[in-house]
Design a protein around this ligand. Structure first.
Ligand code: PLP
Length: 793
């Protein structure tokens, strides 16, 4: 326990002296992390006791991903002892930033969906609300990305083995999950069932403290680990294979699902998460089960945890002996669902036969949910198309999104446009059937990590002009509006931005041996690689600029560095070719004596939360160029805005709401609208070939691509070629390319007017408060979860 710098130094030094081995940075990190854990423990216990004694309603956020990032720095910050520890360590000859770098990166997520869950954890605790996470403790998490010869290669990480040790094993809360087996009906007063010959997996939770701002409220992120059960639950033969199957469940995030075996493993993971979490919630309650909706809210983050619906039914029917109607009433007043995508390929569907074999009782319950729902729908006057849309099981396929809507009391999209598309198109029939179920909750990001922690320099500057109330209530960043034309403030902002650009430059030069001009414009496109996110359009545009420089000796644009960062799913061949294409073009341009003075491309390897924290504050331009209608919300766009980068983007996802906040003049918007995209898709009136034939510049680009000139060193661009040519450019890359290029020119023109640019940045920061996840969480609480804050403490 340490409250003053002197106490901290004394305690830290004492622990250093107790070390028998020579002290490395790694041991110094572990000692510090251990001290923080102890520091947190009292508040954690108190929070838990308070929840128990006061019987406060609890929220459980079920998510297959929690992209939490490193914990040490954020915990110190939320405990308000970051400065104290920083100074104390400095006086002892240690650099806190350097110790923070020793913490292994927990790769328990893939992108925005997982990061959202992590931001929500921070906001719940910081708003002093009783909300906890339930996830899986993947040993490996997502792979780490290494570029070899410009290609992405995937390397397993072992987060747990070099674990930072933030989580605590809770053997006392272990539970058992059944797979396979046969359903044995028990005909008593009511229909019940049990399973025989099931394969049992032991689920052991590891609890991680989630420290809210100013300490005090410490919630729990509960991560489940799959283990071999005790002897009597083991099969008689071949325990080794059995063990391998068990361990695989919490081995890695998103195992390859191109094989049958991979699909079964994913389904196992999903059920494992849902069953373990629900069993513990029910087992440890001190209220009658009929009061569950009063005491517990469960939010499912996309459909990966949608099996929570039939699993809760199973536990209520077979475990608690309730009637179907009672169980259904409880379930549909406890669970709510967040939809994250309308991309067809991302809509989860499982083969009935697979579900039936792996989870026979669960499948039986889904069938019954479907049967009853169909019966209800048949009383409405519906055509066959509508009936199809309203079925959970159809042609031997189980549609998880439909199950999630039917079994939830609220369903939300994650930005206004996305929710509208859900209601009017994707889930039109469901919305008509359940008119009050759908609502919007625009995503958010925690300003504590993405501004205060990632950009202390900007935070101090903001506080120096408007005071620090914004740290508690980020909407108060509005007060900056008074200063957006103040040349002194703008000058200070410019120096902070330059400082962050210098820091990133140094970091990348050291870690990736890349040379960067810190005075150039930093233009960033950092996110997962995906067709709809259109990294391909960005690199096509850069190639066009290169061609212009080559052809026109008068064309010498302001120096720009284009940053890319992000991973492609291991089996997503198209996206992996785009990564290679970017690196090929980079090699050519970066080594060209003329072009490299104007254009520079940097691919930041292994994009993750820690790298992101270094990149967002250094950006001038935020590339948010998804095909309109495809990006549900985006949260990277919000992190950039909060750090004063200007959005160059399409009218998609939360970009629309960003522009709503700052006005058209303070962002660069281009491209076809969602309406137009959907019309093109419906009427099939877009023809990429016409653009290739008519537009000289694009024609040249595509012929370079097809002839292999663009992709020298890249033998195979089949997937890019076939997407653009054979599949008629489904993400409208060529359609938007020239408009994108012209918009880049507008960006350059404004950038050279320094004051005008800085004013735009300042307006962005001043208007970014609404995108704090504190606002999002408050709305969920008011309209969905009905949580009470812990003011009384
Ligand atoms: C914010 C964030 C994302 C999401 O970025 P989008 O631009 O919204 O897709 C993905 N990965 C990391 C590491 C992030 O911090």
């Amino acid at each position: 326990m340490f409250y003053s710098k002197e106490e901290f130094k004394e305690n830290f030094s004492m622990r250093l002296e107790q070390q028998e081995q020579p002290v490395t940075l790694q041991t110094a990190y572990s000692i510090l992390a251990g001290m923080v854990r102890e520091f947190v423990k009292r508040d954690w216990n108190e929070t838990n006791h308070f929840y128990q004694n006061e019987q406060r309603k609890q929220l459980y956020y079920f998510s297959i991903e929690f992209l939490i990032g490193r914990m040490l720095g954020q915990n110190l910050m939320n405990l308000t002892i970051y400065e104290l520890v920083n100074e104390g360590l400095g006086e002892l000859g240690y650099d806190l930033a350097e110790l923070e770098e020793q913490e292994p990166e927990p790769g328990l997520g893939n992108g925005g969906l997982g990061r959202l869950a992590a931001c929500f954890m921070d906001s719940l605790a910081s708003l002093q609300m009783p909300g906890h996470g339930c996830g899986i403790r993947y040993r490996g998490g997502l792979f780490s990305q290494v570029l070899k010869d410009g290609f992405q290669t995937e390397h397993p990480t072992d987060w747990i083995n070099d674990s930072a040790g933030w989580d605590i094993r809770r053997e006392d809360l272990a539970t058992y999950i059944p797979f396979f087996g046969e359903v044995q009906p028990e005909h008593g007063q009511r229909f019940k069932a049990s399973l025989t010959n099931a394969e049992w997996v032991k689920a052991v939770p590891y609890d991680m403290p989630i420290v809210g701002a100013y300490g005090k409220t410490v919630n729990t992120l509960r991560l489940w680990q799959a283990e071999l059960p005790e002897q009597h639950l083991l099969p008689k033969a071949d325990v080794e294979t059995y063990k391998q199957h068990v361990v695989a469940i919490s081995d890695r995030l998103y195992p390859d699902d191109s094989t049958e075996e991979g699909k079964i493993l994913r389904l196992k993971q999903q059920y494992f998460l849902c069953s373990a979490s629900l069993q513990t919630i029910l087992k440890n309650r001190d209220f009658p089960v009929s009061a569950l909706p009063k005491h517990v809210a469960i939010q499912i983050n996309d459909t990966h945890p949608a099996l929570a619906i039939p699993e809760l039914m199973r536990l209520l029917l077979d475990g608690e002996g309730l009637s179907w109607e009672e169980a259904w009433g409880i379930t549909t007043h406890t669970i709510s669902y967040t939809n994250h995508t309308i991309l067809e390929e991302a809509m989860e569907k499982w083969d009935s036969s697979m579900l039936e074999q792996l989870l026979p009782r669960i499948y039986m319950i889904i069938q019954e949910i479907d049967r009853r729902f169909k019966e209800k729908c048949h009383q409405e006057n519906l055509d066959s198309e509508a009936k199809k849309k309203l079925s959970i099981i159809e042609d031997g396929i189980v549609k998880m999104a439909t199950l999630a809507v039917v079994g939830s009391y609220k369903v939300n999209g994650v930005a206004k446009l996305h929710t509208e598309i859900l209601k009017m198109r994707e889930m039109k029939e469901l919305n008509e059937h359940f008119p009050h179920k759908f609502h919007n909750k625009t995503n958010g990001i925690t300003h504590r990590r993405w501004l205060m922690k990632a950009n202390p320099e900007l935070s101090s500057l903001i506080t120096s002009v408007i005071g620090n109330e914004w740290t508690k209530d980020p909407v108060k960043l509005h007060q900056l509006n008074e200063f957006v034309q103040d040349p002194v403030f703008l000058g200070d902002f410019k120096s902070v931005k330059q400082q962050k650009k210098n820091q990133l430059t140094e970091y990348l030069e050291k870690n990736q041996t890349i040379k960067i001009d810190p005075e150039s414009i930093f233009d960033m496109h950092i996110k997962r690689f995906h067709g709809y996110k259109r990294q391909l359009m960005n690199i096509f545009h850069i190639q066009m600029l290169y061609n212009r420089i080559k052809e026109d000796s008068a064309y010498r644009p302001y120096p720009r560095t284009f940053f890319f960062g992000g991973k492609a799913a291991k089996s997503y061949r198209f996206a992996k070719q785009v990564i290679k294409l970017i690196n090929t073009v980079a090699e050519k341009i970066n080594n060209d004596p003329v072009a490299s003075k104007h254009l520079h491309i940097v691919f930041v390897e292994d994009y993750n939360v820690s790298r992101a924290e270094k990149m967002f504050p250094a950006a001038d331009i935020s590339e948010q160029i998804s095909t309109a209608s495809k990006e549900a919300s985006g949260t990277g766009n919000m992190k950039f805005m909060m750090n004063g980068a200007i959005t160059l983007g399409t009218f998609d996802g939360a970009n629309i709401e960003i522009v709503e906040q700052i006005g058209d003049d303070n962002a660069f918007i281009f491209g076809v609208t969602a309406q137009q995209v959907m019309q093109f898709e419906e009427e099939k009136t877009y023809h990429a070939r016409e653009i290739i034939e008519k537009d000289r510049e694009i024609g040249q680009l595509i012929s370079e691509l097809l002839s292999g000139k663009l992709s020298k060193g890249l033998e195979n661009i089949d997937f890019i070629r076939s997407q653009i040519i054979d599949e008629n450019d489904p993400y409208f890359v060529l359609k938007d390319l020239q408009h994108y290029a012209r918009t880049h020119n507008r960006v350059l023109a404004v950038y050279e007017d320094t004051l005008a640019w800085q004013e735009m940045s300042a307006v962005n920061i001043a208007q970014s408060g609404i995108f704090s996840s504190d606002r999002t969480i408050q709305q969920y609480s008011d309209e969905v979860w009905d949580l009470e804050k812990i003011y009384s403490r």
